[in-house]
Design a protein. Structure first.
Length: 97
């Protein structure tokens, strides 16, 4: 099973998502962030489950959780780095992956 590591940038995205949702509904913010985290952790069992992000030469993949895209890198050792969490309305191509 792969090990999952969150980059500092991905953690900042998660914090921003929480703060944005919590402004209106703290309980929903907690549920959303926990759901994103659990979805990301589930990648450990099958890292190649995500769709390949073709705009990068690296082995970057994307899985969905509700309206969010979780971008991650499968490293040469088989472990996974979570690179970012993006709302579906964002143009992910604007961000260097």
């Amino acid at each position: 099973m792969a090990e999952i590591a969150w980059t500092a940038e991905a953690l900042r995205w998660l914090e921003d998502i929480f703060e944005h949702i919590a402004a209106d509904n703290p309980d929903a913010a907690t549920r959303t962030v926990l759901g994103i985290y659990e979805r990301a952790q589930s990648i450990a069992r099958h890292p190649e489950i995500g769709a390949r992000y073709l705009r990068s030469q690296r082995n970057i993949r994307i899985v969905l959780y509700e309206h969010f895209r979780i971008a991650y890198l499968i490293k040469a050792d088989g472990n996974v780095d979570i690179l970012g969490v993006f709302h579906g309305a964002l143009d992910i191509a604007k961000y260097p992956l």
